[in-house]
Design a protein around this ligand. Structure first.
Ligand code: SF4
Length: 224
């Protein structure tokens, strides 16, 4: 199979795009501690951050810790999140997560995951935390060099020729990106590609006129 043609070099991309973003904002999801951040990421699957942020301030006011979430109970949790897609399944996952985290410091308003969960395999044993969610949690909370592959990362990695047709799952895209993107950038890949993909290098109408890497980019669907 022919190798994909790289139309924008990773070095140039990660050197220039972050300069135009507010890198202090590690995620646009509202959260109050590590537990609520994980809950917000679970809620954001196939839903926009904006929609999630509409319901989470009130939810996290009443249920900011695993223990408080258990006290709230699944029926009330569903009432809080019913405007979000797949809220039934997500409520089940969140209650499972709260049950598993119940125990040490689980009523602490500044909840931190116990150290043993700072490991992708352990984290993925928790309710609602698949590979993508684990990557985002580890990346945002602990600056881990995993690459969470969401819709923006997946689309634009293909658009720039960093991955090819055979990289057709998030797992395969992550594996390839870890090889072709210099290691010093791994901790910021998801964050930078999500923000750039959401606001500038968008799916249908990339805003190339306002893109910081316009002069180096030869993507096939570039607009200028
Ligand atoms: S917005 Fe346009 S110029 Fe910028 S990376 Fe995307 S396709 Fe290339």
């Amino acid at each position: 199979m022919a190798k994909p043609k790289i139309t924008l070099l990773p070095d140039i991309y990660f050197e220039n795009v972050p300069k135009t973003l507010n890198m202090n904002i590690r995620s646009e999801l509202y959260s109050t501690n590590e537990f609520t951040f994980a809950v917000a990421v679970i809620l954001s699957a196939q839903a926009t951050d904006k929609k999630v942020n509409e319901v989470t301030p009130e939810l996290f006011r009443v249920a900011p810790t695993p223990d408080k979430m258990l006290e709230l109970g699944i029926d009330k949790l569903k009432e809080h999140i019913r405007v979000i897609s797949f809220f039934n399944n997500k409520a089940t996952s969140i209650m499972k997560l709260a049950t598993q985290l119940h125990g040490e410091n689980s009523d602490d308003i500044n909840y931190h995951f116990p150290q043993k969960y700072h490991n992708r395999n352990e984290l993925m044993k928790l309710g609602g935390i698949g590979q993508k969610t684990a990557n985002v949690v580890m990346n945002v909370l602990w600056n881990a060099p995993n690459i969470g592959v969401d819709t923006h990362v997946f689309r634009n990695a293909h658009r720039y020729g960093w991955v090819g047709e055979s990289e057709n799952t998030p797992e395969k895209v992550e594996e390839k990106l870890l090889k072709i993107i210099p290691q010093k950038y791994h901790a910021i890949v998801n964050h930078v590609m999500v923000l750039h993909g959401r606001y500038t290098c968008k799916a249908l109408r990339p805003d190339c006129a306002n893109c910081p890497v316009n002069k180096w980019c030869n993507a096939a669907d570039k607009r200028i």
